[in-house]
Write a protein that binds this ligand. Structure first.
Ligand SMILES: NC(=O)c1ccc[n+]([C@@H]2O[C@H](COP(=O)([O-])OP(=O)(O)OC[C@H]3O[C@@H](n4cnc5c(N)ncnc54)[C@H](OP(=O)(O)O)[C@@H]3O)[C@@H](O)[C@H]2O)c1
Length: 241
């Protein structure tokens, strides 16, 4: 039986690129998504690399019950994970003045609480020597001027990675994060051309990151056996101007 990776938000964008990279390396893939079943099925067909299994599972990270859904799926299929990529995230662009506590809590639940309690639930189903990778964000390092909740939750993700290191020692698991800058996924493609140009002007490489070049960094964090507690920033050389 080969190695298994579970990737939350694995059917599009960054998660799908990581799935492709790991699938090509022989990992069996379990990809969760929120609601777009048609795209999940399409991703499942596209990611059929020789000798691997590709499984998809609907599990919305804004719902507490999804933790049990994922745990039950793994136990029913007798799957033990070698890697866990906690990638799915949410934002809220409501202005500060009208932001509701419910909006704030929803982003915190999806970006921070869900991965913590999913990890607590499945840590016993991870093989020793395994690896956990969180998706953080450059916006957890540089102040975010649009979504207060997003920037603060991604900072919390970076702090989580540092703090989890010791808690995962008994399980012989490593934990790291990738903090991407601006990656050309649906998340960014919907932005108006003027805002995209403004972003490109702040990146030394003058362009958005391709999800596939970012995926290589996730793979490195999973396969390198000495990387632990790192937050790897991948922003193409971002500087505010
Ligand atoms: N793109 C960037 O520039 C950028 C930069 C820094 C960090 N990030 C972070 O990278 C992660 C992925 O972003 P992306 O750009 O790859 O997004 P994306 O292209 O929009 O892909 C989103 C994926 O996550 C799933 N997803 C969305 N909301 C979910 C939810 N509530 N529960 C479960 N799955 C959910 C989607 O499933 P459905 O198709 O069913 O909705 C899809 O599989 C996020 O944590 C984001 O904060 C992105």
């Amino acid at each position: 039986m080969g190695k298994y990776v579970l990737i939350t938000g694995g059917t599009k964008g960054i998660g799908k690129a990581v799935a492709s990279c790991l699938g090509k390396s022989g990992y069996n893939l379990i990809l969760t998504y929120a609601s777009d079943t048609a795209t999940a099925e399409k991703a499942c067909c596209e990611l059929q690399y020789p000798g691997i299994q590709v499984l998809t599972l609907q599990a919305d990270v804004s719902e507490r019950t999804s933790i049990e859904v994922i745990h039950r799926y793994l136990t029913e299929h007798d799957i033990h994970l070698d890697a866990l990529v906690l990638n799915a995230g949410m934002t809220c662009r409501e202005p500060f003045e009208t932001l509701l506590p419910e909006d704030w809590e929803r982003v915190f639940f999806a970006n921070v609480h869900f991965p913590v309690f999913l990890l607590q639930k499945v840590v016993g189903l991870m093989n020793k020597g395994g690896s956990i990778v969180f998706t953080g964000s450059l916006m957890g390092i540089q102040p975010h001027s649009v979504s207060l909740a997003y920037g603060v939750t991604k900072s919390a993700v970076h702090a989580l990675v540092k703090n989890l290191v010791k808690f995962l020692v008994p399980y012989e698991l490593r934990v790291n994060a990738v903090a991407p800058g601006f990656v050309d996924t649906e998340w960014q493609k919907t932005k108006p051309a003027e805002i995209r140009r403004n972003i490109e002007n702040k990146v030394a490489l003058g362009r958005f990151c391709d999800p596939d070049e970012l995926a290589e960094v996730y793979k490195m964090l999973i396969v390198n056996s000495y990387l632990n507690g790192e937050v790897v920033v991948v922003d193409g050389g971002y500087s505010y101007k």
